[in-house]
Design a binder for this molecule. Sequence first.
Ligand SMILES: Cc1cc2nc3c(=O)[nH]c(=O)nc-3n(C[C@H](O)[C@H](O)[C@H](O)COP(=O)(O)O)c2cc1C
Ligand code: SF4
Length: 518
Amino acid sequence: MSARIFISRDSGALCVGAEEVARAFYKAFETRGLDVEIVRTGSRGMYWLEPLVEVAADKGRVGYGPVKAGDIDALLDAGMLEGKPHSLGIGVVDDYPWLESQTRLTFKNCGIIDPRSLEDYKAHGGYRGLAKALAVGPKATIEEVITSGLRGRGGAGFPTGIKWRTVADTQTQQKYIVCNADEGDSGTFADRMIMEGDPFVLIEGMTIAGIAVGATYGYIYIRSEYPDAIEAMEIAVREARKGGMLGRRIAGSEFDFDMEVRAGAGAYVCGEETSLLESLEGKRGEVRAKPPLPAHIGLFGKPTVINNVLSLATVPIIMSEGGPHYRDFGMGKSRGTMPIQLAGNIKHGGLYETAFGITLGALVDDIGGGTRSDRPVRAVQVGGPLGAYFPRALFDTPFDYEAFTAADGLIGHGGIVVFDDTVDMAKQARFAMEFCAIESCGKCTPCRIGSARGVELVDKIVAGDDAAANLIVLEDLCNTMKFGSLCALGGFTPYPVMSALTHFPEDFGAKKRLQAVE
Ligand SMILES: Cc1cc2nc3c(=O)[nH]c(=O)nc-3n(C[C@H](O)[C@H](O)[C@H](O)COP(=O)(O)O)c2cc1C
Ligand code: SF4
C-alpha cells in the first residue's frame, strides 16, 4: 500500500501556504520516485500549526507543523513518511493535548475526512443519522432533537427542536429549510470550517430537517467572502445528488429533498434571519417585523426552518447517537457541546469544541495560552461585534447561555476575541457604535439614528466635552437602542458599549489617551 499524507485545503490553512506546501510535496515525491497519496482535508482547527501535514502511520496519524515548502526535504530525510521524529513533529495528532482534551461531536470528522468524497464521509459514520431519521419518522426525529436540548448556535440560542415542531405543525404544501451561513461575527469561523472540512454533515443535517418538518427544498446562504466554502458546498451538493442522497427518493426512501447554494453580497445584517430571507428573495436586505415568525411565514411566504450551520451540522450526531447522549454533556439549560472559536491576540487560536460549562478564563489562559504578544490579557469580547467585553475579573464566568446573560453578555456564535493591555476600550466602544451605524439596515430609528449619535457621544466623552452629562446621555441612548430597536443589531450594540464603560471606565476619562493611539 502506498503512503498517505493529509494536508488541509481549508481557507485558514490556504492563507498560510497549504497550497504551496502541497505542491512542493507533489514535486518532492516525483523527484524521489515515491508513491505517496496526498489527501486534501479540512483543518483540525489548530491554526498556529497550519500548514499541518499528517502522515498515516501504524500508531495513528502523526502530525508535523507548521510546515513550509523549504522543510520538506529535511522532513522526508528524517523519515516523516514512517511517522518518525522531527523538530516540527507533534506526535499522534489525536493524542495532542489541545485536541485530545476536546469533546468533538459536531466537529468529529473535520480535518480527518476528504470533504469532496461522499464515500469517505460514509466510511466515517456519515448518513447514520439520516438512516435513523428515516427509520423512526418525522415526529420521533423532532422529539429526539428536542430531547438533545440543542439550541440555535447562530446567536439567539432558541431550541432547535421547538422551531422544527412549529414548522412541522404548520400545514402547507411547500416549506423550506434555510441554512444561515452568513457568519458575520468577528472572530468566528466554525461555520466556514464545517463547510470546507465536512460539508456532507451539513447536507445530512438539512436533509433530516427537511424530512422532519415536511420540506422538500433547502437553501444554504453563504457569505460571498467565503469562496472556498461556496466551492466546497457546491461540490458536496453535486456529489450527494449523484450518490442518491439528494433529489427524489433520497437514500431509496419515500422522501424527496434537494438544495442549492446561494451567495450573499456582504452585509452583516443579512445574517439576521428575516433580512436573509429578503436577500434570498432577491430584495434589499432589510429586517422584517416579527410576527409573523419565519416558521409561519418565511421564504417566499412559506413556513421556513432557518438554522445556523452548526445547529444543522449537529443534528446527524444527535440522531445517530441519540438525544440523551448529546444532552448528557453541558450544564444547566446549555446542553451538549459548543464549538468555541479562539481569535484575536491569542497564542493558540483555533476551534475548540467542548461541553458547556468551561470557564472563560480556562479558555483564554489555559487553552488559548494567553496573548500572542506576550502581554497581559486585558479584555475579551465574546459573541461577535454585538457581544460584551469581559475583564479578567469575570473570567470565572462559565460558558453557558444563562451565565453569560447574567453577566450582561452573550455567547452568540461562540467567538472569543482577545485583546492585550494596549487596547483602548473607548476606541472599541466607539467602534461598536460606528459598526452599527455602517451596518444598520435603516428600518428603525433607535438603530439608524442612535448609532450615529452614539459615535458622537463617545467622541465627546473622550474629548472631555461635558463628559459627565454626555455619559448620562450615552447610557440613556443605549437603553433606547436596547429596548426600542427592531432587531438585535441595534438592540445589542449597547452591550459592547456599556461593558466597556462599566469595566474600563478609566479609558473614557482622558483626551490624551485617544490622541495617543490615533
Ligand atoms: C444583526 C444580526 C446578524 C446575525 N448574523 C447571523 C449569522 O451570521 N449567522 C447565523 O447563523 N445567525 C445570525 N444571526 C441570528 C439569526 O437571526 C437567527 O437567530 C439564526 O440564524 C437562527 O438559527 P439558529 O436557531 O440555528 O441559531 C444574526 C442576528 C442578527 C440580529
Ligand atoms: S435594529 Fe438596525 S438593523 Fe435592526 S431593523 Fe432596526 S435599523 Fe435595521
